[in-house]
Design a binder for this molecule. Structure first.
Ligand SMILES: C[S@@+](CC[C@H](N)C(=O)[O-])C[C@H]1O[C@@H](n2cnc3c(N)ncnc32)[C@H](O)[C@@H]1O
Length: 234
């Protein structure tokens, strides 16, 4: 039997491999189409989001990073299907904990999740070079490689699993490789503002980074409508 080459990043059950669509990314990060064309953009942790596939089509140069990449498309498809099923089952039990203005109901939310991963899988199978298996807080890119880095539904969301140093190291790393970093949401899974937001911002400012909170046109966890923008002002 041929030696198997396991992905050096374990597929983690701790962080669910679900992804949003391009349209949802535009809401999460308040992105205008004119923010994208001609820009070099990093999506990290990208998961099976379809942002990379669609933004590339409209003229952005996008690279996606996630530790789960690097596996066959069939394996990723199984992971995506399982993750969406689990997510929808949980949502069905907790509908009153979310704001449904954007989606209407759980079924429609499911359509967004499936359409994101189907688009992702099609792009991943044809353009695997856009999808880099790597993990924060260490990115395999030169400094200032990107104009913009987007990080959705990873930092601050899992603050019960990732500590303050991980958040700081990850944000410094994102700011090293990109001129501007946008992070959403700033709340953990219980919809409370992450306890790390203020210490992270204070520390980054003391190191000379620029930080700004900006309201975005998206609310799914109640009251969670702000993104953090970090710029490397050094
Ligand atoms: C909930 S998904 C978010 C996907 C996408 N950004 C979105 O908002 O639709 C979280 C992702 O974080 C990835 N992840 C886990 N550990 C990571 C790390 N150390 N660095 C980067 N991504 C990581 C997981 O594989 C998973 O795909």
């Amino acid at each position: 039997m041929a030696d198997e080459q396991p992905n050096r990043f374990a597929v983690s059950e701790q962080f669910r491999f679900i992804g949003r669509t391009f349209t949802e990314y535009r809401w999460l990060f308040d992105l205008a189409l004119s923010d994208l064309a001609g820009q070099s953009i990093l999506d990290c942790a990208a998961g099976p989001a379809s942002f990379t596939a669609t933004a590339t089509q409209i003229g952005a140069d996008v690279t996606a990073v996630d530790p789960t990449y690097g596996q066959p498309v069939e394996t990723l498809e199984e992971i995506c299907q399982d993750a969406v099923e689990k997510t929808l089952a949980q949502l069905q039990e907790k509908t009153d904990l979310f704001v449904w203005e954007r989606y209407g109901d759980v079924e429609t939310r499911g359509r967004h999740l499936r359409s994101a991963y189907e688009r992702f899988l099609a792009d991943y199978s044809q353009h695997s070079g856009r999808y880099i298996p790597a993990a924060l807080p260490d990115l395999p890119f030169d400094s200032d490689r990107f104009d913009l880095a987007l990080s959705a539904n990873f930092l601050f969301l899992y603050d019960d699993r990732l500590d303050l140093d991980f958040h700081l190291d990850s944000l410094r790393e994102l700011a090293r490789v990109a001129g501007e970093v946008r992070i959403f949401p700033l709340a953990s899974l219980d919809a409370e503002r992450s306890e790390y937001v203020d210490p992270v911002v204070d520390q980054l400012e003391s190191e000379g980074y620029g930080t700004e909170f900006q309201r975005v046109p998206y609310e799914f966890q109640p009251g969670v409508t702000e993104m953090l923008v970090v710029s490397d002002s050094q």
